[in-house]
Design a protein around this ligand. Structure first.
Ligand code: SAH
Ligand code: DHB
Ligand code: MG
Length: 227
């Protein structure tokens, strides 16, 4: 198996089955034109998030790590009329481009972008007694993944679905002597998932245009983290 083959298979499914719309293609193009790093979810993972929103019936979504808004738009497209997404981004340039992409898609009402570090924004949301989210997508700096999980549990209820991206990282997570901060963050996060009592979770490996990686799907079973 190789990257070329994974890319070909992703392309085989993309046009016929996954079908990113004009707003999604626009978001991809502006990210490329503005030299935003090519680290958004693949079209296939975007469509998976979209389906998860529909399957779970989510109306309140939280996203940590907006980049150019590609994953945000996939999820927004699945929301019912009154649904809302709050997406957190610390990089001003990314936030500006994401906002343009959100406006182009005409989702200004549905998507609220919070500029700032995710930890600060999550603490603000907790302090504001924000109603629990139905679905949460964790996809920012991997170093802080465990902290994000802890804060997200405080913004969850029984039945909240949390999806965390990039938890395999080309199998780097098997190297417990790694000095890479992101990989260390993911290793700590995975260990925390395994220990956490109030959740039920699975880790799925993926290959495709973004290489070899994976994501976790976490169901909050019971939540005594929220006071
Ligand atoms: N979810 C996006 C990709 C996100 S990439 C998509 O699939 O389309 C990760 C993003 O997290 C980057 O835009 C980066 O600027 C942002 N980020 C990194 N550290 C952060 C932090 N501490 N707080 C908030 N955002 C952060
Ligand atoms: C990185 C972040 C991501 O969310 C991703 O999907 C791939 C790479 C990164 O920071 O390198
Ligand atoms: Mg990611």
């Amino acid at each position: 198996m190789n990257q070329e083959l994974w890319t070909s298979v992703d392309h085989y499914f993309e046009g016929a089955l996954i079908k990113p719309d004009d707003a999604l293609r626009h978001a991809e193009k502006t990210a490329l034109d503005e030299q935003i790093p090519p680290i958004s979810v693949s079209p296939a993972l975007g469509k998976f998030l979209h389906l998860m929103v529909k399957i779970s019936g989510a109306q309140r979504i939280l996203e940590i790590g907006t980049l150019a808004g590609y994953s945000t738009l996939w999820m927004a497209k699945a929301l019912p009329g009154q649904g809302k997404i709050i997406t957190l981004e610390k990089n001003r340039k990314c936030a500006q481009i994401a906002q343009l992409n959100i406006d182009y898609a005409d989702y200004g009402e549905k998507i609220e972008l919070m500029l700032g570090t995710a930890t600060d924004s999550l603490k603000t949301l907790i302090a504001q007694n924000t109603a629990p989210f139905d679905l949460i997508f964790i996809d920012a700096d991997k170093e802080n993944n465990t902290k994000y999980l802890e804060l997200c549990l405080q913004l969850s209820r029984k039945g909240t679905v949390i999806i965390a991206d990039n938890i395999v990282r080309n199998a780097d997570i098997l190297d417990n002597k790694t000095t890479d901060k992101s990989t260390k963050g993911v290793i700590e996060f995975n260990a925390r998932l395994a220990r956490e009592k109030n959740i039920s979770a699975v880790a799925l490996q993926t290959v495709g245009i973004k290489g070899y990686d994976g994501f976790a799907v976490i169901l909050v079973e019971d939540n005594d983290a929220r006071q």
